[in-house]
Design a protein around this ligand. Structure first.
Ligand SMILES: [Zn+2]
Length: 94
């Protein structure tokens, strides 16, 4: 049952403003991106360290998730298995 999460980690994206997006997994916020002039997005990790500037939000999101992915597999998923959040309980769909 816990394999549900480890096999398909899925970040969610919260658009706070038109020019500000946060990335979250099941355990934490792992990054954010803000748009400057035009369509250039600056991405940051959860320590506010810059990950780079990207020509489009999708590329910024990829950079944020790639930065967090290893940590997620090592820390977030085991923690989630030990202390599942009530609202994050997996739904069984057949
Ligand atoms: Zn995570």
């Amino acid at each position: 049952m816990f394999g549900l999460f480890s096999s398909a980690p899925r970040p969610t994206w919260k658009r706070v403003e038109d020019d500000f997006v946060m990335g979250a997994c099941s355990r934490r916020i792992f990054g954010f991106a803000s748009r400057g002039d035009g369509q250039i997005w600056a991405a940051f990790d959860d320590q506010s360290q810059p990950l780079g500037s990207f020509d489009g939000l999708a590329d910024a999101q990829n950079a944020m998730w790639e930065k967090h992915r290893t940590f997620h597999a090592r820390v977030c998923e085991p923690a989630h298995a030990r202390f599942p959040q009530r609202q994050a309980r997996p739904k069984v769909s057949v």
